[in-house]
Structures are given as structure tokens and as C-alpha cells.
Ligand binder design. Structure first.
Ligand code: SD4
Length: 341
């Protein structure tokens, strides 16, 4: 290493250490980034709290963010009471539970599975696609075949509760995504989705480890009662999740079609690159959705959350009711996101 580079590295470490009272690991000769909160993990919705605790078993011991986000999102994937992710997820309109998931590390490595059936831990299949294949995305039968060839067990993901909800929905068979239940617009008497108000949710999780590296994971059974084969934003790198280790990471939840159109998570990261705080970047992305379709945006939910390289985080949603969970050495909290409406 050149003397100049060594000198720059030393000044990165010492200036960051002065600012934070802690040694920051830096391997590039860039401007000092005062890390104020790491390790830290953030994830979507109230159930993110249990997922964060799973991630913390790794982050708290100085483990890698990538391992932490995988371990974290596996918690709701395996939870049959969570009807929006993994085992117990609500099916598509034909009764198939189809999973979408993706994962991304600090070096732009990423892997994804789309419309995967019969495997509880879609996120682990996505990680294997990233690590063991020359590809990024495997879909449908090919993804299942790959999972089975790599030792994953074939299981029935449709629980009796989710099957009951689907059969109830079949009576009207009207595809009409419902905004999260806490939302003021949601009216139980008029529930357009008799299968249950929570017909969509997703876990998106982003984390920074003690070494200052970022990773993210996103996994879902997608929009309930969707057309068979429909893929949402969650397994699309840049839409449902994006990680740029120099800048930050972002993930999304809500009606995926609207997120895909604006490449939402990538947009949030790029806005942070331009100097926006995580919350301001998420707000700007939400406003982009409103700009395209002001009327439609009043009837759907989309939420983003983001973490920057300093360990600052924030979120923003279209509607009230979006919550997110945070865990760091300083706190374990669930916050209500700000929203436009
Ligand atoms: C999708 N974004 O499949 C997912 C579903 C979701 O809150 O997050 N709903 O479009």
C-alpha cells in the first residue's frame, strides 16, 4: 500500500474515532464517515421486532450483516401465524403459496428467487443463488428444482388458516389490496377483502454490522390472491431492496407494482447519495408514487425504510399504519412511520 494511502486510511480511522468515540474500520481512502450507530438492524412492520432479535444473535456477537439479515428474516418465514411471509403465507388466487425473496451484501453481490413454491426459507435459497451460481435470479419451477437439489425440504406452505381465508375470498374473488388495518381508511364493516384485512405485508430488513458493512434481505408471499405467476417488487434488486455499501440500504413494503415503476429502493439509496437523510429520501420516493398516480396513491399502501452509512435510519409511507422495528446497542423499538395521508 502506498504511503499516501496509508496516511489517508489512518486519518479516516482517527477522525471517525474522535467523532464517535469508537474505532471505525475503513478500507478505503475516502472522506471520514462518522458512524454513530452500529451495529444496527431495521425491518418492516411490528413483526420486524422478533426478526431483529434473530438478526441480533449474529450482529451482537460481531457477526456479518449478511448472516444477520438472513437469520433475521427466517423468523417470520417460519412463523405460521404470519400470513404474509413464508410458511402460512396467503396463497394466490389458485391456492398456491408462491414466495418472492432477495438478499444483497456489501459488495453488490445479490441473489433472488421469484414465485418459489414449497420451500419455507426462500431467503436461504436466494442466498444460495447468489453464492453458488453465476446467476442472480431463479424463478418458479427452476428455483424449486435448484432448492431441492441443494437439500431444501419440499413442504406444504398452505396452513389451514390461510386455506380458510382463501376459500372465503373465493366467494367474491375480487382482487383489491387492502391498506394495513390500522389505517384510517380501513373500515371493517366494509372490508373488501373478506379473507382478512392483512392481505399484504412483507419483511424487508437492512443492517449494518460492527465492521460498518451493510446488507439487506426481503422476503414475502406477495400480494394475497394475486394471479398465479405474479411477481412483486420484493425479489427485484433495486425495487424491493438495494444496498450500496458506500451510501446506505433501503427496502420497501406495500403494493409492489408501484414500487417497481420507480425502482423504489434504488431511488432511496441514490437520494441518500445526493445528501438526503434516510427519512427524506423515503419521503421523496413516496412522493414520486403520488406524482404518477395521485388518485390511486390514496387507496394503496407503500412504505420505505432506509439506513445510511452513519447508522441513521428513517422511513416514510403513503398511509398511516406502517410501522418499523429497530434494534441497536442503544435501543429496541417499534416506530410508527410518518406518512403523506
Ligand atoms: C408485493 N410488496 O408482493 C409485496 C407485498 C407487500 O405489504 O409488501 N405488501 O408487492
Amino acid at each position: 500500500m502506498s504511503t499516501r494511502r496509508k496516511f489517508l486510511q489512518a486519518s479516516v480511522i482517527s477522525s471517525a474515532a474522535v467523532l464517535t468515540g469508537r474505532q471505525v474500520l475503513a478500507d478505503t481512502a475516502t472522506l471520514p464517515i462518522p458512524v454513530i450507530n452500529n451495529p444496527v438492524v431495521i425491518s418492516t412492520w411490528d413483526f420486524g421486532k422478533a426478526a431483529n432479535a434473530g438478526a441480533w444473535t449474529i450482529l451482537g456477537k460481531g457477526g456479518r450483516a449478511l448472516d444477520a439479515v438472513e437469520a433475521g428474516v427466517k423468523i417470520p418465514e417460519a412463523d405460521p401465524t404470519n400470513q404474509s411471509i413464508g410458511y402460512g403465507g396467503l396463497p394466490d388466487r389458485d391456492g398456491h403459496v408462491t414466495l418472492d425473496a432477495c438478499i444483497m451484501d456489501e459488495q453488490y453481490n445479490c441473489g433472488s428467487v421469484m414465485a418459489l413454491e414449497h420451500i419455507v426459507h426462500a431467503i436461504s435459497v436466494a442466498r444460495l443463488v447468489m453464492e453458488k451460481t453465476p446467476h442472480i435470479v431463479l424463478a418458479g419451477d427452476g428455483a424449486l428444482q435448484f432448492a431441492l437439489a441443494n437439500g431444501f425440504k419440499k413442504e406444504n406452505l398452505l396452513t389451514p388458516e390461510s386455506e380458510r381465508a382463501w376459500k372465503k375470498w373465493l366467494k367474491t374473488a375480487k382482487y383489491d389490496p387492502v391498506i394495513n388495518v390500522e389505517n384510517q381508511l380501513y373500515n371493517k364493516e366494509n372490508d373488501p377483502m373478506p379473507g382478512g384485512p392483512n392481505n399484504h405485508d412483507t419483511i424487508g430488513m437492512v443492517a449494518m454490522d460492527a465492521g460498518g458493512n451493510l446488507s439487506g434481505a426481503c422476503t414475502t408471499s406477495g400480494m394475497a390472491y394475486k394471479i398465479h405467476g405474479r411477481v412483486g417488487d420484493s425479489p427485484i434488486i433495486g425495487a424491493g431492496l438495494y444496498v450500496d455499501n458506500e451510501i446506505g440500504a433501503a427496502t420497501s413494503t406495500g403494493v409492489g407494482e408501484e414500487v417497481i415503476r420507480i425502482v423504489g429502493s434504488h431511488l432511496v439509496v441514490e437520494l441518500m447519495r445526493q445528501g438526503h437523510s434516510p427519512e427524506a429520501a423515503c419521503k421523496e420516493a413516496v412522493q414520486r408514487i403520488i406524482k404518477r398516480s395521485p388518485e390511486k396513491s390514496k387507496k394503496i399502501q407503500v412504505g420505505f425504510l432506509a439506513l445510511n452509512k452513519k447508522g441513521e435510519y428513517g422511513a416514510y409511507a403513503l398511509q398511516k399504519g406502517f410501522t418499523y422495528a429497530v434494534k441497536s446497542g442503544k435501543e429496541e423499538s417499534v416506530y410508527a412511520s410518518k406518512s403523506i395521508y
